[in-house]
Design a protein around this ligand. Structure first.
Ligand code: LAC
Length: 259
């Protein structure tokens, strides 16, 4: 497979990649009517705030020559297992799925995942980097008085650890997890947590994800959605939602806030 994005697309996940796009797409790619009424932004976590591929350096250090392949297959399997388990009705929390995805990826690549290596890699998942636009973008939104929350498939403790480690936990008003409803996004049950737990009207809240499939999930569940297109030229998933606003960074979201 030629590169990471092709690979992720091939497995149907279209995960975000680390590179920031060169051009702003906030107005050029508007696909929905102008909007200036958002009071709360709710963010997906992995691939949107946290760069899941920041584990690649450790993967490479532990398994020279296999770092990229391991990081990519690990993420792909983590997501695939969340979808499969949701369809099977056999929920297992996202921390355990992440561990299972790592175990499969290592076996598939014929890598010796000793208990020590497994622990180091799982610990790295608690200390993921955030994308460069995340902290300044959240700080700017906070200054505008916007409510900020996470809505993630992640298990609450892993989300809490990652947010604290990245220095963004004090900016967040709430962290909502699929663990509450024991099924994963893109099940509507997860997106419904926004109105249930945050007590905000759907016209006041914007759901933001860099995972296009997740944006379609939020839109299907009736949320106003924003897609952070982290790599210019990345196509949206062919899943039918047309009401998504496209931005290239968290800092672009201020344009949609009620002032
Ligand atoms: C999440 C996964 C989907 O944070 O990235 O929910």
């Amino acid at each position: 497979m030629a590169n990471r994005r092709e690979f992720m697309r091939a497995v149907g996940t279209a995960a975000a990649v680390g590179a920031m796009p060169a051009t702003r797409v906030v107005s050029a790619k508007q696909t929905a009517p102008p909007l200036k009424g958002i009071k709360t932004f709710v963010f997906d976590a992995y691939g949107t705030l946290f760069d899941v591929f920041s584990v690649t350096a450790l993967c490479e250090q532990l398994f020279p020559g296999n770092g990229n392949a391991l990081a990519e297959l690990w993420r792909a399997k983590q997501l695939q297992y969340s979808l499969l388990r949701s369809l099977m009705g056999r929920y297992k929390d996202f921390w355990q799925l992440t561990q299972d995805g790592l175990a499969y990826a290592a076996k598939s690549l014929k890598l010796d995942l000793t208990p020590d290596r497994q622990k180091r890699l799982m610990d790295a998942y608690l200390n993921l980097s955030v994308f460069p636009d995340v902290k300044p973008g959240l700080e700017a939104l906070k200054k505008l008085g916007v409510g900020l929350a996470i809505l993630s498939n992640g298990e609450p403790k892993m989300l809490d650890r990652a947010a604290r480690s990245a220095g963004i936990s004090t900016l967040l008003d709430a962290v909502l997890s699929a663990n509450d409803v024991k099924i994963f996004k893109p099940s509507p049950a997860v997106y419904k947590l926004v109105s249930k737990r945050l007590h905000v009207g759907t016209s006041d809240a914007g759901f933001v994800s860099a995972n296009s499939w997740d944006v379609h999930g939020g839109a299907s569940a009736g949320l106003i959605t924003f897609w952070i297109q982290r790599a210019s030229g990345e196509p949206p998933e062919e899943l039918g939602s047309t009401e998504t606003r496209v931005v290239s960074a968290v800092s672009d979201l201020a344009a949609f806030v009620r002032r």
